[in-house]
Design a protein. Structure first.
Length: 523
């Protein structure tokens, strides 16, 4: 009876531990890192089609890849994504605990009772959670590990040890090289036998044949099915990491990197007040950070007042040049879109999507590209983008509404966003030149003098370039069209600096100019 009571208490402890793991992981993602969920979701577009499924499972590890993307699509709703992650980590902990306490021999893996296996079951949870701090680790990796553990929990009678010969190639194709986790667990399960039995099984039923067979399977897949892929990638995984031929970095959650991801997340969700608030608490001295903060200030009509209260990276502080990487151009594309530079927004979003190194589509980018095409009246090409989005879960309703909207030109012109952008966009074509961004902002303002954001960006870009003569020349336009009751504080500061020939030690603009001067001298 006493033994039964101990087992009952141990059972409740095990369940309680799993519940705590689930709650902890949920709060970690939902409260601490919702922006990381948004970051992962925006670089894929999960389609509910058979073709999409078969395209994924046509490569080793494809099922884990498909299932990982299936989970990531729910990150669009942050609490739902955090919940699914919590369930995945609970499964990881429960499977580890089961392997530590069950099996064919009385000494499975490490131990069978007490708090030791409960504590050890938390180790994989902590390691995977830390590994996912690398933003390029894909969900297919933890999914593959969980599936490998689940497979290892299936007991095979020693009379049917040869079934592993069939299981290993199938498992390799479904979850990729993480099948090694399954093989290593089988090795550890042999350690409970006597030394004589171990030596016999090493040579006949267990370790050596399984290891050699798995290596042979991978080499055969490379030689016969995937000769176009690097051998290194076939052996270590095609879809666990976003950057080909690179591996996860155990760097944890880099504060600056995740702050930039958070700022982009806030821009995506138009939470301008929170961007400005965070900028006053913590800054990351990069052009990306400056782009996000300046866009938020412009949306709140505070750019002219407070721009130089925050870090400015230089002439690229408003708009970054075209850079073929995953994130750099996103805040610039969002600024272009709100300014009315629709073609530039479309080009930046397209370049961002094409820079996704694992060749995935982006739900966020595809949606914005379709919107740009609708504003420009390119309905046939927009329809192609909408057809993709209609096959997704969370973009479907928007795509259907946009498709219906395209059938009525009057509704588009009356749309609060698309109609406004049609009025703000350029009326004449000209050559795009990043070096003359201030002139493009000026032309955009002259095209529609109600475009106060273009005026603010025009004046700000001249200040970033140090064009004080041009700044003074257009102060009249600010007074006439800016809509300010008095001269903005930032402009007052600049005018005072001009009058005092820079001898204003407490001036934010003077500090910016001095920093840019030192940087140029260091070059």
């Amino acid at each position: 009876m006493q033994l039964n009571m101990k087992k009952g208490i141990g059972k409740y402890y095990n369940i309680g531990l799993s519940v705590l793991v689930g709650i902890g992981v949920f709060l970690f993602w939902y409260v601490g890192y919702p922006h990381a969920l948004s970051y992962q979701e925006q670089y894929q577009l999960f389609l509910w089609t058979g073709d999409y499924f078969w395209e994924r499972v046509s490569l080793p590890g494809g099922f884990a890849d498909w299932f990982g993307e299936f989970i990531v699509q729910f990150y669009y709703v942050e609490w739902l994504g955090a919940l699914l992650l919590a369930l995945l980590f609970v499964a990881l902990q429960r499977l580890t605990l089961w392997l530590l306490t069950h099996g064919d021999s009385p000494h499975v893996l490490f131990c069978t009772q007490g708090t030791v296996p409960m504590c050890l079951s938390l180790v994989p949870v902590a390691l995977i959670l830390w590994l996912m701090g690398d933003i390029d680790v894909l969900m297919s990796l933890p999914v593959a590990i969980v599936l490998a553990l689940a497979l290892a929990c299936v007991r095979l009678s020693r009379r049917f040890w040869w079934l592993d010969i069939l299981i290993i190639p199938v498992a390799y194709w479904l979850i990729g090289p993480m099948v090694w986790v399954y093989v290593l667990i089988r090795v550890l399960q042999n350690q409970g036998d006597s030394p004589r039995v171990i030596r016999l099984r090493l040579l006949t039923q267990g370790t050596v044949p399984l290891i050699l067979w798995l290596v042979a399977v991978q080499l055969m897949v490379y030689a016969w099915l995937l000769p176009q892929w690097p051998l290194q990638q076939v052996m270590t995984g095609l879809s666990y990491y976003r950057i080909p031929l690179h591996y996860p970095q155990w760097s944890g959650y880099d504060k600056d990197m995740y702050e930039l991801i958070r700022q982009d997340y806030l821009v995506r969700n138009e939470r301008w007040d929170e961007i400005v608030k965070r900028a006053g608490e913590y800054q990351v001295k990069t052009a990306f950070w400056s782009n996000c903060v300046n866009l938020a200030l412009a949306e709140k009509r505070l750019l002219a007042d407070r721009m130089f209260d925050f870090y400015q990276s230089g002439e690229d502080a408003l708009i970054m040049p075209r850079t073929r990487d995953l994130t750099s151009m996103l805040p610039s594309a969002e600024a272009f879109w709100r300014l009315g530079m629709v073609n530039s927004a479309q080009r930046y979003m397209f370049d961002t999507q094409e820079s996704i190194l694992n060749a995935r589509k982006s739900g966020r980018c595809t949606k914005r590209i379709a919107e740009c095409m609708i504003v420009n009246g390119h309905y046939q090409t927009a329809a192609k983008q909408l057809d993709l989005l209609k096959k997704s879960l969370f973009y479907r309703s928007w795509a259907e509404e946009a498709e219906a909207l395209m059938k009525d030109e009057a509704k588009i012109n009356a749309h609060p966003v698309y109609g406004k952008l049609r009025q703000l966009r350029y009326k004449d074509n000209f050559l795009y030149s990043y070096e003359e961004m201030d002139k493009m902002f000026g032309l955009l303002f002259l095209n529609n003098q109600e475009n106060k954001m273009a005026l603010d960006y025009f004046m700000a870009q001249m200040l970033l370039k140090g064009n004080l003569q041009g700044f003074q020349q257009y102060m009249g336009a600010v007074q006439q069209y800016g809509g300010y009751r008095q001269m903005p504080l930032g402009y007052q500061d600049v005018m005072r600096c001009i009058q005092m020939q820079g001898r204003v030690p407490d001036s934010p603009y003077v500090k910016y100019v001095e920093r840019m001067t030192r940087r140029e001298a260091e070059r």
